[in-house]
Ligand binder design. Structure first.
Ligand code: MG
Length: 337
C-alpha cells in the first residue's frame, strides 16, 4: 500500500475568531493511500494553536510504512501501530486513519455508516458556527446563515452579552455556545449560563479552562444548561474524566486520531451516561464526510467545517435543511471535485 501526502492551505470565507485568536486560513495536509487500484482519501486539518503544522505532519507521515502490514483490511492492527509511532500528531494520524477507512470501505463496497450498521435517517441537524467578530458583522453572518436552523456562537472575550444581544436582534434560532475556555471564574460563568438559558441557548461548550475541573463540576451542579467538554477531552483515555464534570463530550477526528478511536469514544461515553457531540475544525468535505458517517450515533453535530472554506477539493456529505445527508458512496463517501 502506498501513502502520498501534500500540503493544502484552507482559505476561510471569513476571518475566524475564537476566545484566544483570529485567523484567515488553516494549514491542512491531504493524504492518499493506494492499493489494488483503489484510492482512499484522508486529511489533517491543523489550526496553529493546537501545535501541529504541515511540517510536523510531513515528518510524521514520512515515518509511516503501510507496506509492512500484510492485510490492509486489518485496521485494528494497523491503527494502534500507527498511534505508537510517535506521541501527539493526532491530526496527522487522523489523516491516515480516514484514508484507510475510505480505502477499506471502497474495497468492501459500502459506506462506513452501513458497515457500522447505522441508520442514515438518524443523522442530526448540524449547527453552523459564527466566529467572534464585531456585533454588526456577527449580525450579517447570522443573516447569511439562513439555511442553517442552529447557530453555534463562539464567546469567551469581554463582550459576550453584547454579541448575543446583537444576534438576538436578527434571529431567534437555537444557539450552541462555545466559550473555548474563555470564562475565568465559576461565579461569572454561572451568571453567564443563567443569562443565556432564557435566550434560546441549548448547551455550553468548554466554559472554563481544562485545568479547572473542580470549578467546572461546581458550575455543572448549578448551571441550567448542559456543559460539553471539548478541550478537556481529546482521546479515549480522557472520556471518563468528564464524568461529574461535564454532561457530555465533543469528539473531533483531528484530536482523537480518527474514526477508529472516535467510534470507541462514543461507545465509552454512552457506557458512562454522557451525551455526545461530533465536532470539527475548519476542514474539507473529506474529514467532514468521514465524521458524518458516525453522526447517526450522536446527540448533536457541529460539522460545518467545509462550509467555512473557499477551496474544498472534495464533494461529500451534503446538508439539506441543516440535516447531514449521507450518500451511498462507499468508504467515507467523497469524490474529488
Ligand atoms: Mg469547541
Amino acid at each position: 500500500m502506498q501513502l502520498r501526502f501534500k500540503p493544502h492551505t484552507l482559505e476561510l470565507h471569513y476571518a475566524f475568531g475564537v476566545a484566544s485568536n483570529t485567523r484567515t486560513s488553516t494549514p491542512a495536509m491531504l493524504v492518499e493511500v493506494e492499493h489494488d487500484g483503489l484510492i482512499g482519501y484522508g486529511e489533517a486539518s491543523m489550526p496553529p494553536y493546537l501545535g501541529e503544522s504541515q511540517a510536523s505532519a510531513a515528518a510524521f507521515l514520512q515515518q509511516v510504512d503501510l507496506g509492512r502490514f500484510p492485510d490492509p483490511l486489518r485496521l485494528d492492527e494497523i491503527l494502534p501501530a500507527l498511534d505508537a509511532l510517535a506521541p501527539g500528531n493526532t491530526a496527522a494520524k487522523a489523516a491516515v486513519d480516514i484514508a484507510l477507512h475510505d480505502w477499506v470501505g471502497k474495497r468492501r463496497g459500502a459506506p462506513w455508516h452501513r458497515l457500522w450498521g447505522l441508520d442514515p435517517a438518524r443523522t442530526p441537524v448540524t449547527s453552523f458556527t459564527l466566529g467572534i467578530d464585531t456585533p454588526p458583522v456577527m449580525q450579517q453572518k447570522a443573516r447569511e446563515a439562513s439555511a442553517y436552523p442552529i447557530l453555534k456562537i463562539k464567546l469567551g472575550r469581554d463582550n459576550d452579552r453584547e454579541l448575543i444581544a446583537a444576534i438576538r436582534e436578527v434571529t431567534d434560532k437555537p444557539l450552541y455556545i462555545d466559550a473555548n475556555q474563555g470564562w475565568k471564574n465559576r461565579e461569572d460563568a454561572l451568571r453567564m449560563c443563567e443569562w443565556l438559558a432564557p435566550r434560546g441557548v441549548v448547551l455550553i461548550e468548554q466554559p472554563m479552562s481544562k485545568e479547572q475541573d473542580v470549578d467546572t463540576a461546581w458550575l455543572r451542579e448549578r448551571s441550567p444548561l448542559p456543559l460539553i467538554a471539548d478541550e478537556s477531552v481529546q482521546r479515549l483515555a480522557d472520556v471518563s474524566r468528564a464524568v461529574g464534570v461535564f454532561d457530555g463530550i465533543n469528539i473531533k477526528l483531528m484530536k482523537c486520531t480518527g474514526l477508529h478511536e472516535a467510534h470507541r469514544m462514543i461507545g465509552r461515553a454512552r457506557e458512562l451516561g454522557l451525551k455526545v457531540m461530533l465536532g470539527c475544525m475548519t476542514e474539507t468535505s473529506c474529514a467532514i464526510s468521514a465524521a458524518a458517517q458516525l453522526s447517526p450515533l450522536v446527540d448533536w453535530a457541529d460539522l460545518d467545517g467545509a462550509l467555512l472554506i473557499k477551496n474544498d477539493p472534495f464533494v461529500g456529505v451534503t446538508i439539506v435543511d441543516g440535516r447531514l445527508t449521507l450518500s451511498d458512496r462507499p468508504g467515507i463517501g467523497v469524490v474529488k471535485r
